[in-house]
Design a binder for this molecule. Structure first.
Ligand code: PLP
Length: 274
């Protein structure tokens, strides 16, 4: 494919120098995408986390860290691997389908934990009573490029189902955990309007969570993969969400920070396989 950083001449030079097959990444393109992500509107603060599973090549992780990005790991192994190449634990949060068996090590390194099920919340509370924790909730809202990347709907196993919120709160109380962040995950390449729906759903339950100061809107923004794809407009999506956060602040006096978790949005346009 011909892109801004790949054309037949450059391809030929790279082939001669390194041989093929070869993965080629454009630092310039990555940095441009990071800038767009960093400019995501958010009235009370933004923590953009790179969803590492999009591409966890060490050089790319380190470049992103240098540019001020934070990180989202989808497993304990992924988080540990990133620490091994020099990513600071405190810049990472882990949200995993499987309770990480290296969680003690990760917590020692400063990694934040997101409980993705009632069972994970119990296990975490058992190990770290009194700690701060994030809770992934499945609000029943999701879409994606296809069923396999739709991780937010009724068919998805990601997160505590909305009806079980009260049980989650009871478990947290039992272990004196402070739930300081809610996490939703609406899918990869989700329909744009779902960001707003997920934000509304999360804000509507915040009464129950007095310690929550951060909303993590998990999910991937749409990127241009084919010539007729329309990529997400982060300014538009962020602007709409900001409006909701400002209204919520007006009503409740609470300033809710935002986290977003782009993976493909940062890297998909910046990589070529020769
Ligand atoms: C994979 C993932 C993302 C990012 O998805 P992309 O389509 O790669 O941008 C965001 N949040 C979570 C929780 C993920 O697992």
């Amino acid at each position: 494919m011909q892109t801004a950083f790949m054309n037949p001449k450059i391809a030929e030079q790279l082939r001669e120098r390194y041989g093929t097959p070869l993965y080629v990444y454009s630092q310039e393109e990555i940095v441009k995408n990071v800038q767009e992500v960093m400019n995501f509107p958010s009235p009370f603060g933004l923590t953009p986390r790179y969803a590492m599973k999009a591409c966890s090549t060490a050089a790319i992780l380190l470049l992103l860290q240098e540019r001020g990005m934070w990180f989202d790991a989808s497993s304990g192994f992924e988080a540990e691997r990133a620490i091994m190449v020099g990513i600071e634990g405190c810049r990472m949060s882990v949200a995993s389908q499987q309770f990480p068996n290296n969680i003690k090590y990760l917590v020692e390194q400063g990694v934040h934990f997101t409980a993705c099920s009632l069972n994970q919340l119990k296990q975490y509370g058992n190990l770290f009573p009194g700690a701060n924790v994030a809770l992934r909730i499945n609000f029943g809202i999701g879409s994606g490029l296809h069923a396999k990347t739709n991780v937010g709907g009724p068919a998805a196993s990601f997160g505590v189902w909305i009806d079980a919120i009260d049980t989650a709160i009871e478990i947290a109380e039992l272990y004196q955990l402070r739930i300081t962040k809610l996490h939703s995950h609406i899918g990869s390449g989700a329909e744009s309007e779902l960001w707003l729906a997920a934000s509304r759903a999360a804000l509507s339950v915040l009464d129950k969570f007095p310690d929550v100061n951060t909303l993590n809107l998990g999910g991937g923004f749409k990127v241009k993969r084919h010539s007729n794809d329309i990529p997400d407009d982060l300014q538009k999506i962020g602007g709409d969400i900001s409006q909701l956060l400002l209204e919520f602040h007006e009503k409740s006096g609470r300033k809710i920070k935002l986290e977003i978790e782009p993976g493909a949005y940062i890297i998909a346009s910046a990589g070529n396989l020769l």
